[in-house]
Design a protein around this ligand. Sequence first.
Ligand SMILES: C[S@@+](CC[C@H](N)C(=O)[O-])C[C@H]1O[C@@H](n2cnc3c(N)ncnc32)[C@H](O)[C@@H]1O
Length: 456
Amino acid sequence: MALYGAAATVLSGLEAHQGSLKTLVYGSRFQNVRQLYALVCETQRYSAVLDAVIRSAKLLEAEKKLKPHLAKVLVYELLLGRGLRGGGRWKPVLSRHKARLQAEFARLKVKRCVSRNEDLLESSPGTAQVIQLPRFVRVNTLKTCLDDTIDYFKREGYSYQGCASGLDELRALEGKRFFLDPLLPELLVFPSGTDLHKHPLYQAGHLILQDKASCLPAMLLAPPPGSHVIDACAAPGNKTSHLAALLKNQGKIFAFDLDAGRLAAMATLLTRAGVSCCEIANEDFLSISPSNPRYSRVQYILLDPSCSGSGMVSRQLEEPGAVSPSQERLHALAGFQRRALRHALSFPALQRLVYSTCSVCQEENEDVVQDILQQKLGPFRLVDALPLWPQRGLSTFPGAEHCIRASPEATLTGGFFVAVLERVDEKSSGPELQLLAEEPRPSVAPKKRKRRQKKH
Ligand SMILES: C[S@@+](CC[C@H](N)C(=O)[O-])C[C@H]1O[C@@H](n2cnc3c(N)ncnc32)[C@H](O)[C@@H]1O
C-alpha cells in the first residue's frame, strides 16, 4: 500500500501545484524513489484514459471512501501496470470492480478505434495538445494515392501547404492546414490534436494513423514488389501494412507474433488496409527454422521486438527520459532482443534487416547492435540510414551514428531507434567491413574509404 499511497499523494500534490514531480517524489517518504517516479509518471501519462474508465465504471460513486488519486493509481496498476501487488484493504475492493473496469477499458478502445494501449494516449482528447506532436498520417497506397487524399482533405476545407521545408514549419502548424512531410513520402502532417479516428478515409483504411518514427523501419527496409519478407514481431501490424504497401501486395510477408489477442487486432487492421500478401502466424519467431524451405526466399526481415517502450514517455512529463525501466527489465529485454536479432541474421537468403524499438535506452539499442556486430555472425554491415535524418545513434561504438534515433525534441516524434543491417557484397566488402570492427584496428594500413552508394 505504501507505494500506491505515496503515488496518490504525489499526484494530488502535482495537481495542487505544491511542487515539481521531482520535489514531490523525493519529498515523499517512500524509499524506492525510482519505482515511485515510474508509477506516478505512467499514471500521469494515462490520466485522461484512467479518468474516463473510472467515470464510466462509476467506481467512485460505488466506493465513496476511495479518493480519486488513489483510485487512479490502483486502476492504472490493475489495467495497465503489473496488476495490484499489495493494495491493503483496497485490493479486495478493486477486485470486485475488476471485470467492470476491464470492460469499460475495452469499450473505450473500441470507441476510439485503437487496439494498443499506447494508441489510447494519442486518441485522448487533451493529451495530444500537451505533447504537441503533430498528427502524422500515412497514406495507404494499397487503397488510394497521395493526390486523391490531398484533394479529399482540401474539399473538406483543409488548406494544403505543400512539402514542409523543415521541422520548424511542422512545429508551428495549426488550424486546418496540413503539409507533406519533407523526409517521408506519402506521409501527411496535421496539427497536433487533429483527431482523424472517425474520419471516413481512416475508417475505410485509406489512412494509417502512425507516428513518423514508426514509419521509418518499413521505409528503410524497402522490400521491392515480389520479394519475401519476415515481420518477426508484427502485431498490431502498422509496420506490416506499410510493408505490404511497399510490396504493392506482390510477394509475401510472413508475420509472426506470440500474442494471439494482438494478432486478432492485426487481422482486422490488415483487412481494413487491403493487405492480401501477408500470412499471419501465432508463433514464436525464435522457433521459426531458417532452414525451412518456406523461408528460403526471405531477403528482408523487419525486427521490431518487444521493448521497454521508454520512448513513448510523453513530453507532458517534466523530465523526459527520467522514467527508466529497471536494470533487471532492461537486461531481460535486451537478452530477447539479442536472441531475436541473432536468429534473424541466420536466415540464409537475408539481404537486409531493420532492427527498431520505441525505446530510448542504450541497452536496447546501440548496445544490442554493437554486440551483434561484434559477434561477426556473417558479412553484415551497418547501413548509413537516411543520412538527412537529424538525430543519430549515440556514439557508443564506431559507426553507431549510422543508426537513427528519434525524439519529441529533435524530430517531433516519439522516442525511437532504428538500425539497418545489410549483407555485404563479397566483391565490395573491403572498406565497408570496417564498420563491423568493434575496436580501432591501428595495425590495418589506412585504406581509402569508399563512399557508400546505397542511400535510403
Ligand atoms: C513492439 S511490438 C511490435 C509492433 C509492430 N511491429 C507494429 O508496428 O505494429 C512487439 C511485439 O512482439 C511480440 N513478441 C514478443 N516476443 C515475441 C516472439 N518471441 N516471437 C514473436 N513475437 C513476439 C509481442 O507480442 C508484441 O506484439
